[in-house]
Design a protein around this ligand. Sequence first.
Ligand SMILES: CC(=O)NC[C@@H]1CCN(c2c(Cl)cnc3[nH]c(-c4cn(C)nc4C)nc23)C1
Length: 282
Amino acid sequence: FGGGMMRQGWSIDNFEVGRALGKGKFGQVYLGREKKSRFVVALKVMFKEELKKNGVEHQLRREIEIQTHLRHPHIVRMYGVFHDATKVYLILEYAPRGELYRLLEQKGHFNDAETATYVTELASALIYCHERKIIHRDIKPENLLLGIYGELKIADFGWSVHSPNSRRATMCGTLDYLAPEMVENKPHDETIDIWCLGILVFELLTGKAPFHCTDAEGGQMETARRITHISYTCPPSMSEGAADLIRQLLVYLGSHRLPLKQVLAHPWIVANKQDRSRQLTI
Ligand SMILES: CC(=O)NC[C@@H]1CCN(c2c(Cl)cnc3[nH]c(-c4cn(C)nc4C)nc23)C1
């Protein structure tokens, strides 16, 4: 299938289509298998009408341009694209262990070893993106999938695909991961991803986003205020090392956030990250 992926002219007839894996604003993601090679993929099917109605065709073109050229173990591959009269199909790498946020919901929170390992995998993927001048901008549990070893894979293509019971009602309803420069409508650069990484570390360890406010606590306005004032507290259950890393990531000025290469060298990360290869328990 690999060699063939560079060939042009895929059509849905080349694939057997299986169960729906998740659905999004612009269509469904299905399990798929290329008939000749029997190679299993995820097929993301979007309706051209929907894309047009939402004015996202150019965004999709940009995402395809980016995604088809990224080759990294912690980024979901896009092998190819094809379309017919009514639909656009993305041929994507299938992540066998599903969505990170579902695992987080099941477990409540992760321990230091699990979290430091996810952070190592995510930081290496983001370093790869930033070297190519690509800012992800939307790092959060809903956009992260898990490979055969349980390793993390970034699965975002520029907008969220919400699986059936996605945790958050709407993407735009989620302020939790917005950086101060986004809340204040200021220009942003790749350090926005470092902010989101800080939010993610906190949420993986505690099960809650640091600035989240329920409607009773003041809702989105209060969340936005707490973001721009960096107003959060780490629970006593959190280790000092983790709190220190979070403190160096959730910094108001993007240029003062800990660079990703130094995240990989942080004492708490070095002390807690695990090697994945021994963890294939199916
Ligand atoms: C950002 C995003 O695309 N989120 C979720 C989409 C729905 C399923 N998508 C998958 C994509 Cl794009 C790729 N691989 C997947 N594997 C699964 C999955 C596996 N299990 C056991 N359960 C599930 C679910 N889902 C996918 C993507």
